[in-house]
Design a protein around this ligand. Structure first.
Ligand code: SF4
Length: 502
């Protein structure tokens, strides 16, 4: 049988090596010495200063674009087909990004806008797209978002959808939610928030009735399906009736039964429509749910609470809130879980205490990780949040100021991983936490990397493990401390300190 080679093996063959050499000559590539000289210069404080003056370009930013967040949210509802008014290439990016992170197939429709739509407007694409989508895929709901192109030319989704109904392109009673999601502002978090608000306002219109005694949970743009499983487990243990809104668990962690399902799960539309009659709504993230929470508070008149249940304090706060709202006690089983998480942290803290950390990622995740690291005596040093805003900056600084372990921390809002590279060379840390793209920082600087966040392309299955709750705290401690121990092994490999017991 002929062996199929991966590229890392294939490109070591002589014909490819020769081709690479010819390419270097053709491109008039600088000498190896020159490349090394420049590479070394990029590690200096002088370069860092120039790098931080950079204004008009982002290099390796830790963010994705608005409609990606919108289609992710849309996938979390029963029979909902994400439908994007825009170019095919954008939707291919959303689908591949989500499929690569979750290792699941993922469907989303593009209206395939091209140059003619850019000139004449996207109405025809929208009408044809809606007609085809309904005829082919028979969704229970279409969830429409936009790409940059549709936004630049000013496509009006509300008017287009109205016309589609009037022309009989889609059934009059088919729910069609929409959100304008221009990617030249905001990020995947904004897109998630806009789409969720759009879906809830579409489904709950005229549904205000008697209180249903249930608690609504909004996970936010959460790349861990394990987190949604975990919050449901906690609520079931406490006996709290609930509805998880935008429940992506079965969509992005669907069982392989040998049968492909186009719509593998999601929040039932009936439950989503009834969420307007819930007792209260709890968001597990702040920065991806702000508009939705504001809408629920103002338009539904519901009690709303935002929590961040990462780490011990964060989980304590969530459970106390759940207990207060539902008037139910926190079960002994959860108290025991807390004890186990605290025990794991005590066992691990000698390896974490006093270690300097660099963190890059989304705002809520960063705040949760900073809290957990400081709970173990670790020192968050560089906190880089490409899509953070002034509010995040203030919140992160207040969190750092609340602990003696936060004294070395500095928050960098709007900065990217190339900025972080400069920081890692000029003010090194012991551990780096970030998504798969942070592996370039690991390669360049040698800083041990703990992969936490979105996207995670180069390691498998991590999304199934929760990072929220006491179980999540134990997972995080496990990943962090075992990375530190791996590094200790690597550094002591040829010394008497290379030991079995750590
Ligand atoms: S930034 Fe705009 S053009 Fe680029 S993928 Fe996102 S929506 Fe498409």
């Amino acid at each position: 049988m002929k062996k199929v080679m991966d590229h890392n093996e294939l490109f070591t063959r002589p014909e490819y090596k020769e081709q690479f050499e010819r390419k270097k000559t053709f491109e008039n590539c600088p000498s190896d010495e020159e490349i090394k000289k420049v590479a070394d210069w990029t590690k200096t404080p002088e370069y860092k200063e120039l790098n931080f003056q950079r204004q008009h370009i982002k290099i390796n930013p830790a963010k994705a674009c608005q409609p990606l967040g919108a289609v992710y949210c849309a996938a979390g509802f029963e029979g909902s087909m994400p439908f994007v008014q825009g170019a095919q290439g954008c939707v291919a990016y959303f689908r591949s990004h989500l499929s690569r992170h979750f290792k699941e197939p993922f469907s989303a429709i593009s209206t395939s806008m091209t140059e003619d739509a850019a000139v004449f407007g996207g109405l025809n694409n929208m009408l044809e797209g809606l007609e085809n989508a309904y005829a082919l895929y028979k969704p229970k709901m279409l969830s429409v978002s936009t790409t940059c192109m549709a936004e630049v030319i000013g496509d009006d989704l509300n008017a287009y959808i109205k016309q589609a109904r009037e022309k009989g392109v889609i059934p009059a009673n088919l729910p069609v939610a929409f959100a304008h999601t221009p990617s030249f502002v905001g990020s995947h978090l904004t897109g998630y928030d806009n789409m969720l608000k759009g879906i809830l306002s579409a489904l709950t219109a005229h549904k205000k009735g008697e209180p249903n005694g249930k608690l609504n949970i909004i996970p936010g743009f959460d790349p861990y399906t394990g987190n949604i499983e975990e919050i449901k487990r906690i609520l079931n243990m406490m006996g709290v009736p609930h509805t998880v809104l935008a429940d992506v668990t079965d969509v992005f962690d669907s069982p392989n039964t040998g049968e492909y399902k186009l719509y593998p799960g999601g929040t039932p539309l009936e439950d989503a429509a009834d969420s307007i009659n819930g007792e209260a709504t709890i968001a597990l993230q702040k920065y991806s749910t702000q508009k939705t929470i504001d809408y629920i508070h103002k338009h539904w008149g519901q009690k709303t609470v935002t929590t961040n249940p990462i780490g011990i304090k964060g989980t304590d706060a969530l459970l106390e809130e759940l207990s207060r709202i539902s008037d139910r006690p926190i079960p002994e089983e959860l108290e025991n879980e807390r004890g186990r998480a605290v025990d794991a942290m005590i066992d691990s803290h000698p390896y974490v205490h006093g270690k300097r950390f660099a963190l890059v990622g989304d705002p809520d995740l960063l705040l949760g990780l900073m809290a957990l690291i400081m709970e173990m005596g670790g020192l968050p040093a560089h906190i880089v949040c490409t899509n953070g805003d002034k509010n995040f900056e203030q919140e992160a600084n207040e969190l750092l100021a609340s602990s003696p372990f936060g004294r070395e921390g500095r928050v960098y809002v709007g900065k990217d991983m190339w900025h972080l590279r400069s920081l890692l060379f000029t003010e090194p840390v012991d551990v780096l936490i970030g998504n798969s793209y942070a592996k370039f920082l690991w390669r360049d600087t040698g800083t041990p990397l703990v992969r936490i966040g979105f996207p995670l392309f180069d390691r498998h299955h991590l999304h199934r493990y929760p990072v929220i709750g006491y179980k999540g705290a134990m997972n995080l401690v496990n990943w962090i401390v075992n990375t530190i121990l791996d590094e200790m092994d690597r550094k002591t490999m040829h010394s008497a300190s290379f030991d079995v017991i750590r």
